[in-house]
Design a binder for this molecule. Structure first.
Ligand SMILES: [Zn+2]
Length: 310
């Protein structure tokens, strides 16, 4: 995985030979006359794309990047990622998250051939996307705990280097939370940790499972998805409580950055959360704190009140 980082590097992306650009309405303006298709969160839409290519280039946020990863897998060609917002570790990871027949599908592809990191564009992105990127990294407190728990219980084996890389990403964010370049370093590190482990396991535990369940529920209700990094950070407050970890640190991080850590922020009520909580452990073969301890309805309501999510 090559990282091309600098100011104005997006210029280099304009004329890649035999490229199929996966874009959105906001990223179209960044590119020249190459062949372009719109990204989508639905596999049904992506399977209707008939274009061939030598390389797929995803430009934009999670939707376009994941669409590019999926198309590259389908066309059996490499892909290049050009994130325009620093909102999640998907900017450099092989993990793909889309919908098919109304349910969420998680796939794992090859790592990107190249990632273009244009600091001018990423630095000027709205603050909420930067907070989301930091939130996605902070959620690793929860996912790494779950990974360790799974190993202790004999359900999984920790990949030591990958684990250390995620720890380092966490350290970068807790030390230098207001530097976009450092944030990108952490997000890329997390993406590489997943590529190395060969799964999203290092970066995704119970907090991500809860987030996936919320995505499914919202998708079925015809609602737009929440910003991933914000959602997993808020879910980490809950899972960290179950894990007996420092949920207050994640909560105050969100508050300090202008995000209200509550279900309301995610457009949810307690009933919807309970539904997501029941669904979450069955979404993946992945041992987490939710397999260890599933609180009752009454207990859940009590915890939500205690941590301030409801
Ligand atoms: Zn994530």
């Amino acid at each position: 995985m090559d990282i091309v980082k600098g100011r104005g590097v997006l210029e280099e992306v304009r004329n890649i030979e035999r490229a199929l650009y996966v874009i959105g309405p906001y990223t179209e303006r960044f590119l020249g006359n190459g062949r372009k298709v719109y990204g989508s969160t639905r596999i049904e839409d992506l399977d209707r794309i008939k274009e061939r290519a030598g390389v797929v280039v995803g430009v934009g946020g999670g939707k376009n990047l994941d669409s590019a990863k999926y198309l590259s897998k389908r066309l059996k060609v490499p892909y290049i990622l050009v994130p325009t917002i620093p909102s999640s570790d998907g900017i450099a990871s092989p993990s793909i998250s889309l919908f098919q027949n109304g349910t969420r599908v998680s796939l794992f592809g090859n790592p990107p051939e190249k990632v273009y990191v244009d600091l001018d564009i990423l630095e000027s992105s709205p603050i909420i996307y930067k907070v989301a990127g930091m939130g996605d990294i902070l959620s690793k407190y929860s996912s790494l705990f779950d990974w360790k728990l799974a190993e202790e219980k004999g359900y999984d084996k920790i990949h030591k280097t990958s684990y250390r890389m995620e720890k380092k990403a966490l350290k970068i964010i807790t030390n230098r939370p207001h530097n976009t370049e450092k944030l990108l370093e952490a997000l890329i590190l997390s993406g590489k940790a997943m590529a190395l482990a060969g799964s999203s396991r290092p970066a995704s535990g119970s907090e991500h499972l809860l987030s996936h369940a919320i995505d499914i529920i919202r998708h079925r209700m015809g609602l737009k998805p929440n910003i991933h990094g914000i959602q997993v950070a808020i879910m980490s407050v809950f899972t960290s409580y179950l894990q007996g970890n420092d949920w207050e640190a994640i909560k105050s991080f969100l508050e300090d950055h202008g995000v209200l850590p509550s279900l309301k922020t995610l457009g949810m009520d307690v009933k919807m959360f309970l539904k997501a909580l029941r669904m979450a452990p069955y979404l993946r073969e992945r041992y987490t704190i939710l397999n260890e301890y599933m609180p009752s309805k009454h207990e859940t309501e009590k915890i939500l009140r205690e941590v301030g999510l409801a």
